[in-house]
Design a protein around this ligand. Sequence first.
Ligand code: K1U
Ligand code: ZN
Length: 167
Amino acid sequence: MAVLDILRYPDPRLYREAEPVAEVNDSIRALVRDMAQTMYAAPGMGLAATQVDVHRRVIVIDASETRDQLLVLINPEIVLREGVQYCEEGCLSVPGIYEAVERAERVTVRALGLDGKPFTMTADKLLAVCIQHEMDHLEGKVFVEYLSRLKQQRIKAKLQKQLRQTA
Ligand code: K1U
Ligand code: ZN
């Protein structure tokens, strides 16, 4: 197992669209283990493969308080969106920035699990937000793109300054 490096916004690799997983095999299961370790170490509530520069449709999430309920979504698809909610979001690729974004209140998702079998689940509240946020990563979209141009410019400038200071 390994803790992987997380790409930082505005790294252009965050804008790549992820490819579907053809087969849930040992290399995908190893990727999931590394992603889970990376998410728990960060710490984060979710992580998309895009954020660790692997452009496959794989997401890990743990929205539990006890941090022992790992949800793995491979090739996820949202089949139903219901209602609207505004929730403050964060992102491990955009450290220190928290902004409210409009999302569906409830989503029904179809995906493959680690065993390669399809399943369907419905999520609401923060878990629904996290699923939508991670699925955006697989499309090459970062949550700050929902914000105004001015806010995006300020966030980019702040993160680029942070990067220069740590280099
Ligand atoms: O995609 C990511 O970078 C992960 C992101 C997921 C997310 C959380 C909340 C709203 C939308 C999306 C995070 O995990 S940000 C950090 C965070 O919220 C958190 C950190 C530790 C424990 C629990 C939550
Ligand atoms: Zn994110």
